[in-house]
Design a protein around this ligand. Structure first.
Ligand SMILES: C[S@@+](CC[C@H](N)C(=O)[O-])C[C@H]1O[C@@H](n2cnc3c(N)ncnc32)[C@H](O)[C@@H]1O
Length: 229
């Protein structure tokens, strides 16, 4: 049987899932990660859930195409139809940071410390980092992956206490030291902040200028961090 191959983003996510996991892949869409892992015998079992019937059907099609049996497909928002004892590893990838926050808010059992969470937001990355630290999750790792012209941060967290994050950590990463793409990531973030600050500074409005000053403080923190790597 042909083996499913993954694109770099999903490949890195799959490699971060501990062997023997009982995985819950939330927002699975095509179901690529659970199919890839089960096809290679790398995990014990998988729940693949999605809020949409069509994406869930895509996942069923992928499993059929690659002759992978045993995936438990669930049509539900977030983790609403998943019980804590059914999984030990939770993957939530390819969604906005705010959606990830809502999913975790609706499943407070994820912060008991019994589950490893792999989170890969497409937007609002700094908001998600801050929310996690302020709401009972601790960072155990962070990684970057380059795929289709984009750099994606991946957060590994579990329930636990985390010191309040600095603005530099919120915007620049908590555990990215040593990642080969860290310099590039900081450069990208500094550039985006610079463009935003320049736009705000051109405005006559006092409020905009105040926001620009706050953003400038974040940029300074990231520039200082960049010098150390
Ligand atoms: C862009 S796809 C990402 C698929 C895959 N996880 C990945 O990283 O490539 C986002 C998927 O999340 C699903 N989704 C969006 N909001 C959701 C929610 N609150 N609960 C469950 N699934 C959701 C969408 O239906 C869609 O299939």
């Amino acid at each position: 049987m042909r083996q499913l191959q993954l694109q770099p983003r999903l490949q890195l996510l799959a490699s971060l899932i501990p062997e023997g996991s009982r995985l819950a892949d939330v927002g699975t869409d095509h179901g690529y990660v659970p199919v890839y892992l089960l096809q290679r015998g790398l995990i014990e079992g998988a729940i693949a859930s999605d809020i949409g019937a069509e994406p869930l059907q895509h996942a069923k099609n992928t499993a059929a195409e690659y002759e992978v049996e045993g995936i438990d497909f669930r049509l539900c928002p977030g983790l609403d139809a998943v019980a804590p004892e059914e999984c030990d590893t939770i993957l939530i990838a390819g969604m906005g940071g705010e959606t990830i926050i809502t999913i975790l808010e609706n499943a407070p059992w994820t912060k008991r410390g019994e589950h490893l969470l792999l989170l890969q937001p497409m937007t609002k990355v700094e908001m998600l980092r801050k929310w996690l630290a302020d709401n009972g999750y601790t960072f155990t790792g962070e990684r970057l992956v380059f795929d289709k012209d984009h750099l994606y941060p991946i957060m590994l967290v579990q329930g636990g206490t985390q010191e309040k994050l600095t603005l530099g950590q919120q915007y620049g990463g908590v555990m990215l030291d040593g990642d080969p793409l860290y310099g590039e990531y900081l450069d990208e973030r500094i550039m985006k902040l610079t463009v935003a600050i320049d736009g705000l500074m051109r405005a006559k409005d006092e409020g905009h200028r105040a926001t620009a000053q706050e953003m400038d403080a974040i940029r300074t923190a990231l520039v200082e961090k960049r010098r150390t790597i």
